[in-house]
Write a protein that binds this ligand. Sequence first.
Ligand code: ADP
Ligand code: AMP
Length: 220
Amino acid sequence: MNLIFLGPPGAGKGTQAKALEERFGYRQISTGDILRANVREGSPLGVEAKDYMDRGALVPDELIIRMMEPVLDEPGDVILDGFPRTVAQAEALDDLLRRKNKPAIAVLFDVDKAALTDRLTGRWTHSASGRTYHVRHNPPQTAGVDDVTGEPLIQRPDDQEETIRTRLAVYEDQTSPLIAYYAHPANHRLARVDALAPIDAVTAQLTKLVTGGFGKDGAA
Ligand code: ADP
Ligand code: AMP
């Protein structure tokens, strides 16, 4: 079953996508990571996306939808991390998943807003892999260094307080309507996890969901 991770910036989507990738062989598709790689390479998409990302705004739907189509062609179950972020993207995704015959369930990361700024200002990222750490909640073995590659970690430029405020407001305005969208029983399934719990406890909830065949009520 393909998974759509839904939740605000800092909810722990990337952290859990990496854990499930390792445990169950899912393929994480992080639109943020793909966009940042494009910015680093200076590709036409990266050049167009950079200004939106620096401001904490969303990159226009048509660019994102075009970017996602070929990515979903590859075989294997995926975790969509950071996509969709608008109702227009969710409708396009429904269409893509239908055409490619891939069923999916949305998983909402339930989290208190008050926790998010601390999580994002304390986040350290390994650019090449998208692996993240937290100065207190999930520190690397050596400060400032990725555990796996030994390469330096960076703080994302959009993880500073002013941009975080914009990103959280954008989430409320443009992405949170997706909770009602996926909760609508006609075509969709929505599960929830308590994302305020410690990292391992959230992984345990998701493991239960994945191995439990996605119980009919959708609860983890
Ligand atoms: P998202 O992908 O949803 O933006 P991340 O997975 O990058 O969020 O997590 C944001 C920050 O919070 C990271 O520094 C990460 O180490 C930390 N973090 C993730 N999950 C938890 C958790 N359950 N408890 C405490 N900190 C967490
Ligand atoms: P993330 O890594 O998910 O926090 O995303 C970082 C930034 O990339 C966002 O603030 C947006 O500017 C952009 N972005 C990522 N995913 C999307 C998306 N699905 N739609 C629009 N913009 C996106």
